[in-house]
Unconditional design. Structure first.
Lengths: 547, 358
């Protein structure tokens, strides 16, 4: 009874805060009658804007994916094949982009290669130029670059992990059969890696297809993905039916990609479970050392340079050297600034939201994991797909769903942490569940025969042994809430902005002061997120996560 | 002490793991459940421990029906094959776990942990982490942890299966000594008949969800009720009985033997088997006594095992004949018979026994 009531909780939560808003979008999109729906759809389909947005969304996602694979594969190979000093640091560094908020990454790239970015400042000074030599702001190149930065870790993790488990004897036997290194790569390694490359590509495509913050901040008004267009239709033009129609189109596409990904991923994890060994070796020749060194350098520079530029730029006032001015300005409520309260209160808001997200998503995630871990469970049959769907639903769609579905609750300050929890929940489950499944059932049985009742058994065995997994889940949920942008922008109350909202607003305002404040706030957010990442790396589990 | 009545259990509809097992264990007795893997012995153990529910049947402990009682209230100790030591607790905390669950005060727990460490010869190990222990040490910690709360019944699931051979014998002896000293009623499960003989007061042989025979080790060894039990105990000479001539003479493919049977009930039907223990043969040219029957054969294989050696001997004569396996003492023998040599053996008919096919 108690168990059933508990297991029903996550299902209830997902039904109210996920399925219901989605249905609300459907309702808005299809209106009162079928004729109205057809009319609405034909209006959208006849507008050239719709096709332009769909085309741009698709091709930028495709190109981003190809570039990410191109950059990620060699790194994955180095990571899988070689054991070298700095490997752990490299792994930790590669988690950074994965967890960093979009707004932080966007402002970091602005701080590095934007019009007022560090590189431009340096180059201008060095070459005595009048204008900035690097003109990437509001071009597609910057967007693609950031997408690669963001997603390359997915390729390295997915493909690299799989590559590392391939036995070197496969290549060696091909060599014994007379295959040259190049032919070995194309006839043995690549075919074996194909499913993992497919899985990584699908996931990267999904993320780029629903890219929001990057496009909104770096693309200006020139570029719009479906995601950005939904936001504009809903907020700027208040064209709810159009926004709903776009959401629907996006949902259909993302669910299709998600379904494909799930199938590939299931096959992959089956193969991976068969051979868990890793075959990394020390580099043997100076050429191999050079390759490893190059990979390390690329990783260090690639990951660290934008983030360091962000930190440095936030402490630099134009030509005049070090300053704390931007940080001080965060504490003031200037009349000309766009904020109602001192921007620094956003830090407090964000932390409160993040803690509330923890309080909601952790218990629900843990309960859902227990329900899923039950062998032959009917709960699992309901929960499994229900937990997968939010992963394939974009944040803006979700936020938009809340706007149309939540009625009077729309103004509640609780809505943001609820949305964050919904986004964090699948991550919590995917981190916690493998650890829970790996927990030896015999330990619980031993506790039972030694006289531990179910509650004490849980408290003395499950809780301490799963603490690490719980901490990692918590760090993920915390970081996700801190950085969440798309849904928050739609539903958080303007008088209680989060850090990403403040950064976005400041970047949208003219003047060096706003720019500097955005960088300062981004730096604060970056540091808080980095602490979460350190926590994740510190407690990383041997059995790995399911994504 | 413990009584198990007509237990049935199935995990899948098509296979019944336990098919009406009944068993009783006397106080202070060490009973062994012996059987091949998959015969249901571990499941029976788990049902007694309360980790599994029986589909039918009752479990009575000291006259109380505990069939529906959850595991944590039974006070039945179970030691797992892989020990299931808690990895997040040290040796002392592992041993004290059961006492903690029973609400023993800290001073009492400390005293009892010391006592247990002493019992299993692990003094000074209290603060060790369990993953720095060797297999044998882990086994002893597991035993101490199981015994610490003073269980009214102790269950051991393949207690030494994960250890290497030498260590296994040493620990079996230690185990029997400890169990007898504490006078704790014990059921232990194994698939190894040597373990069973070394540890048990009584052995229950299981096969496919049923009990085949429950007896003290010596009786079990001398009179296995059927060929399954005999084969499982390691007997290899099970000759088909072709016919009975007269009341006592049995005809087999390797010859006829006059059996000095104590009662006619021991005489089995045609189609049963005649068991000849491996140590029933004497390798000599002269007849050692009147109960010995002559047997000539050619040595097919010789295995030297130190204090004993084994011969596989094929009877002389036409047609397909079973090869017999014998074991002899090495002591006092200059040379062993060579492969291909013709040997004269004398078989002790008093040790031969008709056994039911089954």
């Amino acid at each position: 009874m108690v168990q059933a009531a508990l297991y029903a909780l996550p299902i209830l939560f997902l039904t109210i805060f996920y399925l219901y808003p989605l249905l609300a979008i459907l309702r808005v999109s299809f209106g009162a009658s079928f004729a109205e729906a057809a009319e609405q759809a034909s209006v959208a389909l006849r507008s050239p804007g719709f096709w332009r947005v769909l085309w741009f969304t698709t091709w930028q996602a495709t190109v981003s994916t190809l570039l990410t694979i191109l950059v990620g594969l060699p790194l994955a190979g180095v990571f899988a094949r070689f054991d070298f000093p700095g490997r752990g640091v490299m792994a930790a560094l590669l988690t950074v982009p994965f967890v960093m908020p979009t707004v932080v990454v966007a402002s970091a790239f602005l701080a590095l290669i934007g019009r007022n970015g560090l590189l431009n400042v340096w180059l201008q000074r060095l070459l005595h130029l009048d204008g900035p030599p690097i003109q990437l702001e509001q071009t597609i190149w910057l967007i693609l670059l950031v997408h690669v930065f963001y997603n390359v870790a997915i390729v390295i993790r997915t493909v690299g992990g799989f590559w590392g488990s391939l036995s070197p004897t496969l290549g060696e036997s091909a060599a014994a059969l007379g295959a040259s290194p190049r032919r070995r790569f194309w006839t043995v390694t690549v075919p074996l890696l194909a499913p993992s490359i497919a899985a990584a590509s699908l996931l990267v495509f999904l993320f780029c297809f629903t890219s929001f913050g990057v496009i909104l901040i770096l693309g200006g008004l020139r570029f719009a993905t479906l995601e950005v267009e939904i936001y504009r239709q809903a907020v700027s033009y208040f064209n709810l039916p159009m926004a709903a129609f776009l959401s629907l189109v996006q949902l259909v596409i993302t669910f299709t990609v998600m379904a494909l990904y799930t199938r590939v991923q299931a096959r992959l994890s089956r193969v991976l479970r068969l051979r868990r060994r890793a075959f990394a070796r020390r580099p043997a020749s100076w050429r191999q050392w050079a390759i490893v060194g190059l990979a390390l350098a690329v990783t260090f520079i690639g990951v660290l340079s934008p983030l360091l530029a962000l930190a440095v730029r936030s402490f630099t006032l134009g030509e005049r050297g070090p300053t704390l001015m931007y940080y001080q300005a965060l504490g003031e409520n200037l009349r000309q600034s766009a904020f109602f309260a001192p921007p620094i209160t956003a830090v407090q808001n964000s932390l409160i939201y993040a803690l509330a997200t923890l309080a909601i998503s952790l218990p629900l995630g843990v309960i859902a994991s227990y329900a899923l871990a039950q062998p032959r469970s009917r709960w699992a049959a309901v929960l499994d797909p229900l937990l997968l769907l939010p992963l394939g639903t974009s944040a803006v769609t979700l936020g938009f769903g809340y706007i149309v579905a939540m009625g009077p609750l729309r103004a509640s300050p609780w809505l943001a942490p609820v949305a964050h929890s919904l986004i964090a929940l699948p991550f919590v489950v995917r981190t916690f569940l493998p650890a829970l499944r790996a927990l030896d059932q015999r330990l619980r049985e031993a506790a039972s025969t030694l006289g531990a009742d179910p509650f004490r058994r849980w408290w003395t065995i499950d809780a301490p042994l799963l603490l690490r997994a719980l901490l990692i889940s918590a760090a993920f949920a915390f970081a996700i809430s801190l950085g969440e942008f798309g849904a928050t922008l739609l539903i958080a109350r303007p008088d209680r902005p989060t850090m990403p909202m403040v950064i976005y607003r400041a970047l949208g305002q003219p003047g060096l002061m706003n720019y500097g404040q955005a960088l300062a706030m981004s730096t604060i957010l970056m540091v808080i997120t980095a602490v979460s990442i350190l926590l994740i790396e510190r407690f990383r589990l041997p059995q790995g996560e399911e994504f | 002490m413990l009584e198990v009545r007509a237990i049935h259990k199935r995990f899948t509809p098509d296979k019944e793991v336990l098919q009406g097992v009944s068993l009783s264990v006397e106080p202070q007795e060490i009973l062994c459940l012996l059987g091949p893997s998959g015969c249901g012995k571990s499941t029976l153990l788990r049902i007694i421990a309360g980790l599994e529910r029986a589909d039918q049947g009752r479990v009575l402990l000291n006259g109380n029906d505990i069939t529906e009682m959850p595991a944590y209230r039974r006070g039945v100790g179970l030691m797992f094959q892989d020990y299931a030591l808690f990895p997040h607790l040290n040796v002392a905390e592992n041993i004290a776990y059961g006492l903690r669950m029973h609400g023993a005060p800290a001073s009492e727990r400390r005293r009892r942990v010391e006592e247990m460490l002493d019992l299993v010869n692990l003094e000074g190990y209290a603060n060790r982490s369990v993953d720095e222990l060797s297999g044998g040490e882990q086994q002893r910690v597991a035993l101490a942890r199981t015994l610490a709360p003073n269980p009214s019944l102790l269950l051991l699931d393949e207690p030494v299966a994960n250890l290497d051979r030498l260590l296994r014998e040493e620990l079996l002896e230690a185990l029997r000594r400890i169990l007898k000293r504490l006078k704790v009623t014990t059921i232990f499960v194994t698939h190894d008949q040597e373990e069973a003989f070394a540890l048990a007061d009584r052995i229950a042989v299981m096969r496919a969800g049923r009990l085949e025979q429950v007896d003290v080790p010596a009786t079990l060894y001398r009179r296995p009720v059927n060929t399954f039990v005999a084969a499982f105990l390691g007997f290899r000479n099970l000759l088909p009985i072709l016919a009975w001539r007269g009341p006592d003479t049995v005809c087999t493919p390797v010859g006829d033997f006059d059996l000095p049977l104590e009662s006619t009930s021991e005489r089995s039907a045609v189609g049963s088997r005649l068991l000849i223990p491996p140590d029933a043969a004497v390798l000599d040219s002269a007849q050692p006594g009147t109960r010995y029957a002559p047997f000539t054969g050619r040595v097919v294989a010789v295995t030297f095992r130190g204090s004993v050696f084994r011969l596989q001997v094929a009877p002389e004569g036409k047609g397909e004949k079973p090869v017999l396996h014998f074991e002899f003492r090495t002591r006092g023998r200059e040379r062993l018979p060579a492969q291909g040599e013709l040997v004269q053996l004398w078989l002790d008919t008093a040790q031969m026994r008709p056994v039911q096919e089954g």
